[in-house]
Write a protein that binds this ligand. Structure first.
Ligand code: ADP
Ligand code: MG
Length: 282
């Protein structure tokens, strides 16, 4: 789906003394079928930006184009569910919003807003579970007895069940242990390479984005201050101005260059980096 922000601003409580401008004049285009990272310190406007995308919030000015849909003030979207079925939003701490006792009911719940045939619903549940790496036996498991990593996966499955083209994950790894985190990183990659999804990941975790993202948008104080492929963004001197410390792997490469005068190529993966170092050491 084509997703484009055209000069979008958003103010909370615009007519009140407590009004708060959360986004200012945002122009951006999401990269289709890639992993888009949105990064910025707390309060920079990340969550507001994605809640505009499925018309949970409506821009105070400017507009957002999502394929044929235009999200704009005073312009009613005729069938908003046709938009929302394609924009799967996994909220921050999604498991806090669970209320069904059985996993299958939690997953079905996400589908009920959309026109999905009754005889297709069970299959969709199983497919969605399989996509996140859980087998059918989870259908009848007690939602509240799952581990936190499993809960996160069920939350993602409940969005995948309605088969959105775009999957948005707000702080997906927060609160997970390192093995669940690794697991989730693999899942996000799979959603891109195997299932062709456009992914938007919001996080303040630079190391996470360094591992998974293709393209990155940096927000600061409601403004889009930097964007580019991750190599450009993470090597930018500007990053520190926005309260972001470069990923450890980049820092390491910089130190090697400064102290040993060895220039190692940019590496996504720590294992490739180790190989490089061995090669130089010989
Ligand atoms: P982030 O996700 O980057 O932490 P948010 O989009 O949640 O940032 O918030 C951006 C700004 O808008 C912050 O200053 C925040 O306090 C404010 N804000 C967020 N939600 C609301 C709300 N419901 N009412 C008023 N202000 C809000
Ligand atoms: Mg947020």
């Amino acid at each position: 789906m084509e997703i484009k922000f055209n000069n979008v601003s958003y103010t909370y409580n615009p007519n009140s003394p407590i009004k708060k401008k959360a986004l200012s004049n945002i122009d951006l285009a999401i990269k289709e079928k890639q992993i888009n990272g949105i990064i910025g310190r707390s309060g920079s406007g990340k969550t507001t930006l994605v809640e505009l995308l499925n018309a949970l919030l409506i821009p105070t000015s400017g507009n957002i184009k999502v394929d044929e849909f235009i999200i704009q003030k005073d312009k009613k979207i005729v069938n908003v569910n046709n938009l929302r079925v394609n924009i799967g939003l996994v909220f921050q701490f999604p498991e806090e919003q669970f209320f069904n006792l059985k996993v299958k009911d939690e997953i079905k719940f996400g589908m009920k807003y959309f026109d999905i045939k009754a005889d297709e619903i069970d299959n969709r549940c199983i497919e969605a579970l399989n996509m996140v790496g859980l087998d059918d036996s989870y259908l009848n498991r007690d939602t509240f007895k799952l581990s936190s990593g499993e809960m996160r996966k069920v939350a993602i499955a409940s969005v995948l069940a309605f088969n959105p083209k775009v999957v948005i994950l707000d702080e997906p790894t927060i609160g997970l242990d390192s093995s669940s985190k690794k697991n989730l990183i693999n899942l996000i990659r799979l959603l891109k390479v195997k299932y062709d999804k456009t992914i938007i990941v919001i996080t303040h975790d630079v190391d996470l984005l360094h591992q998974i993202s293709d393209y990155i948008f940096v927000l600061d104080n409601g403004k889009l201050v930097l964007e580019g492929d991750k190599y450009q963004v993470f090597t930018s001197e500007e990053l520190l101005n926005y309260g972001l410390i470069p990923p450890k792997i980049i820092e390491f490469e910089k130190l090697v260059l400064e102290n040993k005068n060895i220039k190692i190529g940019y590496r996504d993966d720590i294992n490739d980096l180790i190989k490089d170092i061995y090669r130089y050491a010989k």
